[in-house]
Design a protein around this ligand. Sequence first.
Ligand SMILES: C[S@@+](CC[C@H](N)C(=O)[O-])C[C@H]1O[C@@H](n2cnc3c(N)ncnc32)[C@H](O)[C@@H]1O
Length: 301
Amino acid sequence: MSELIEVLTNDGSYSLRSLFFQENFHSLRGALEETKSKFTASSNLQRFKGKSLNVLDICFGLGYNSASLLNELIKQKSYLNLYALEIDKKPLEYSLRNESFLKLWDPKVKRIFNSLNCKDYFEDQFFKCSILWGDARKKIDFIPSSIKFDLIYLDGFSPQKCPQVWTIEFLSKITEKLNSEGYFITYSSSAAVRKTLRNLGLEIFTIKPTFKNRTFWSQGTVAISKFDKYELKANFNFEKLSLMEEEHLLTKASIPYRDQDLNSSKEDIIKRRLDEQLFSNLLSTNQWRERWGMTKLSFKS
Ligand SMILES: C[S@@+](CC[C@H](N)C(=O)[O-])C[C@H]1O[C@@H](n2cnc3c(N)ncnc32)[C@H](O)[C@@H]1O
């Protein structure tokens, strides 16, 4: 599972590529940039200045999302209870060997990561952090059900490469753990993921791109169960879905990934969805792409 290759991304930060999943851990634009613009900026962490919060980081990997979170919370003296889920120990071991990764953060982040690596746990006056190693679909049940999270990060490989962490059943388990004003944040703009989150009763928002073009129209999704419309401030980096994104949810791409007993293989989950798409009367995703000028054909016309 863990054949990993080092990748230097365009903002100078390091990442990895998984040969098993055939995918990079981060966008080539920048691992650090991705964490900051998608996960940290969407978290609106200033809400928790001097206060306490619970965070769940699913698919911890090298730990960019947790490191960036910890770094901000150290500065603003917040109290954190963090749970992380990850199947493979190698990315964290790699982070702890990579000086340029460690230099990005306050030195306390290294102490926390070291402790997570050796003892799966860290605790001091401000932070309590635990990492649960294994398949997130199973390990999530080890988190006490009394804990509700203010932030949940989901940073798995893409739904086509790792559908196991994007199914209705898994997303339903995760979102049950979100507190009523908590934010679920992911880099994915997949129609299947968004439609599932909406069907689970959450309000969904698109993370605004740093620049917009035909193919780069969103940086991900924020889902919130109880959102006060008047709270959506101009400085938030997420907003309501555009008409184009809403129409995406009416296409076959919105057909969900399913994994009834939370133990299906990738192949079975993909096949089940393809069968469902084949018999669906929904609009084809290509028609939607053409309507919004995203196909090669429509670029010419
Ligand atoms: C895109 S990378 C995560 C990037 C990460 N947030 C970072 O900062 O490096 C996806 C991660 O999901 C992990 N993963 C894949 N399948 C998993 C599963 N079923 N349960 C838990 N972790 C899983 C991989 O080992 C990998 O580290």
